[in-house]
Design a protein around this ligand. Structure first.
Ligand code: ADP
Ligand code: ZN
Ligand code: MG
Length: 472
């Protein structure tokens, strides 16, 4: 590739507040058209906005989750434009004084991506186009849904960096309870700004803004398409124009929506009906104290302090409830690796096979911790641990009781096991002969016979050693 892509992101996230940002309407996805609206959010003249402090708190949390400076003073502005999904004909946003500035996220191990700002704004409604009837309908339920917009510097140089950033942002916002970050449902929407320049150049090219990206895959495909489109223009001696383009996932291409020349002059001015947001340092530290430990910090703890492989640590943090469960379990039994392995393999196996969720299991992290300890202490075999987990998973119960009730406690009585082995050998003379004449595979069959007679409590290692000895 002769060209270096330069990419910056603008990410809109719907905040998980109970009500909308300037009125008391429910902030809930869906509902019949125009049932979640009131005079305020439908832009009736004479109504006044009332700022939802819950939205402010979540915006602060988003800033804290991305190492931003939280500003003691921020304020709202009106962004004026007409579009049928915006009945007020202006959007209330933060232009001059955003609530958070100067954050960053490290991607792909060591690359720092700077966040220019995070500001609060309101969402617009939705237009539903009926091509058959030739009409468009407006649903204002989404008007006034609280959003934050996260704006990065043009620091990305590859699709992988963009992917890592988007995944990390989504995870951090979920941990902090700011946003459920479902791209496919539109609760997190990523706009990609992209330009290209000759490799080695320091001067950025003219950018295009790509809208309508609702998955990581779409982001990757749109960037790739756009790099090629712009490269072809430059190769033919043309110039890229600054414009907004819509990505079409079915065709895998982008199409011009509007160019810079048609761009609106928004005539921003300070919103006269909402006082500035003043946050004391104490307000900010109170909000900080209510934040859970963030995934990137858990990742560092798991890999550096607990010695887990990076892939395992990544899997654990990918779901906050899973990570919480792990943390609670290792508090009881600090066998970091065994607990991690057992949860990632055996517990996940059960979870995948069922409708159950990690947050509504009928047993506690402490009980799982105990089960793993029983196995590593040799009280039960590894196979018995799996069987016990299955019972706990279905019906709950304490691992030690389950082990005793079901005869899973490992039997270390050599005499009994020797008797059983002698019996198996005498009843399977053909197999024993076959083994002795070099058929190693038959050993597994003989072991199976021993375990079958000895029961679930058999010590498999002891059985194996004794059987090997007897077959010599
Ligand atoms: P504007 O003020 O015109 O909206 P911004 O400076 O706010 O422009 O940038 C908007 C987005 O575009 C940001 O995400 C930024 O990182 C990105 N961006 C700016 N310049 C470029 C460029 N030359 N190439 C790619 N992205 C860019
Ligand atoms: Zn309302
Ligand atoms: Mg901008």
């Amino acid at each position: 590739m002769r060209y270096q892509p330069v990419i910056g992101l603008e990410i809109h996230c719907e905040l998980l507040t109970e009500s909308k940002v300037f009125c008391a309407c429910k902030n809930e996805f869906g509902g019949s058209e125009n049932t979640r609206v009131c005079p305020r959010c439908s832009g009736m003249p004479g109504t006044l906005p009332l700022l939802n402090t819950g939205a402010v708190k979540l915006a602060v949390k988003a800033g804290l989750a991305t190492d931003c400076t939280i500003n003691n003073y921020s304020a709202f502005d009106r962004k004026n434009y007409f579009y049928p999904d915006l009945p007020k004909a202006y959007q209330i946003t933060q232009f001059e004084f955003p609530i958070c500035t100067d954050g960053h996220i490290t991607v792909c191990g060591d690359k720092d991506i700077k966040i220019n700002r995070i500001h609060i704004e309101e969402d617009a409604g939705k237009l539903i186009h009926d091509d058959y009837e030739g009409i468009s309908m407006a649903d204002y339920n989404r008007c006034g849904v609280p959003l934050i917009e996260i704006v990065t510097e043009p620091d990305f140089r590859s699709i992988e960096e963009v992917w890592d950033f988007v995944e990390q942002i989504a995870l951090r916002l979920k941990y902090a309870g700011v946003c459920d970050a479902r791209m496919e449902q539109g609760s997190m929407r990523v706009d990609v700004n992209i330009s290209i320049m000759p490799v080695g150049s320091e001067t950025f090219g003219t950018r295009a803004e790509l809208k309508n990206l609702n998955s990581l895959k779409a982001i990757g495909r749109a960037i790739e398409y756009e790099i090629n489109r712009q490269a072809e223009i430059l190769d033919n001696g043309g110039t890229v124009v600054q414009e907004t383009r819509r990505y079409n996932d079915n065709h895998g291409n982008t199409k011009a929506l509007r160019s810079k020349e048609e761009a609106h002059d928004y005539r921003y001015f300070p919103e006269p009906d909402i006082p500035p947001v003043i946050l004391s340092d104490e307000d900010i530290s109170d909000i900080n104290a209510s934040m859970p430990e963030m995934p990137q910090h858990r990742f560092a703890r798991y890999t550096k302090k607990y010695g887990l492989p990076e892939d395992d640590a990544k899997l654990i943090i990918s779901d906050k409830n899973f990570s919480d469960f792990y943390d609670d379990a290792v508090k009881i039994n600090p066998d970091y690796k065994q607990i991690s392995n057992f949860m990632l393999v055996e517990l996940n196996h059960n979870l995948n096979d069922s409708e159950k969720n990690i947050s509504d299991l009928p047993f506690s992290p402490a009980e799982l911790a105990e089960l793993v300890k029983m196995s590593t202490d040799g009280i039960i075999s590894k196979n018995a641990a799996k069987d016990i987990l299955k019972i706990m998973f279905d019906d709950g119960g304490q691992p030690m009781f389950i082990a005793k009730d079901n005869g899973f406690i490992m039997d270390n009585n050599t005499a009994r096991l020797t008797d059983i082995i002698n019996r198996v050998i005498s009843e399977n003379t053909d197999s024993v002969e076959s083994y002795k004449s070099g058929n190693q595979k038959i050993f597994g069959f003989l072991m199976g016979q021993v375990i079958r007679l000895a029961g679930k409590g058999a010590n498999p290692q002891m059985a194996k050693d004794l059987l090997t000895e007897k077959l010599k």
